[in-house]
Design a protein around this ligand. Sequence first.
Ligand code: AMP
Length: 218
Amino acid sequence: MKTNIILMGPPGAGKGTQAKLIIQEFNLPHISTGDMFREAMKNATPLGLKAKSYIDQGHLVPDDVTIGIVEERLAQDDCKGGFLLDGFPRTIPQAEALDKMMAKMHRKIDLVIDVETPKEELIRRISGRRVCKSCGAPYHVDTMKPKVDGVCDICGGPLMQRKDDNVEALEVRLNHYEHETKPLLDYYKEAGNLVTLDGSKGKDLLFVEVKELIRGER
Ligand code: AMP
């Protein structure tokens, strides 16, 4: 089984949804830098205050800040048996820093799953996306409705729209993805552990492929 995994793809590709399925099935810690920043913003910590102005406008949080929080998180005990990185790395300096962290721990990334989805579909998904304010579980107003309107199926928390899920911030986020994150695909292709999947397939079909990849069956 692959245990040191990165999930990549543009905003709205379905990374968060696949991440929730992966951690349930394989019992890996979910390391989402976006979730970590949102938690820090909710608690108004110094990290949260620093990150807020970037995130609300769709910009990337500076590399030194982002790398620091991931390094701290990967050093925790629950990551010893593996981890699922979701939304990190997003730039070449972040990928290089991650390689150094891995080398220090005598480990290596063994699978990079890139979920690609056409832009029109990303816009449709992001504009209808709702998330649970308490646990961050993702929903969609048309395609992934909760059982009770406005209430999270998992924890009963209220559903809300992310502040950066609007058309202006999405354009900025897609632009960052295109220019800063996409070059990582070549970086990991060269490393030999990149697999690109079609995110427009729907979450269940996609998860069948994801499971096979993690189990090393394909
Ligand atoms: P996400 O939940 O992954 O869509 O992330 C939400 C926002 O958090 C992004 O639009 C960025 O502003 C910030 N963020 C998350 N991960 C990173 C990262 N690896 N590098 C820089 N900024 C990040």
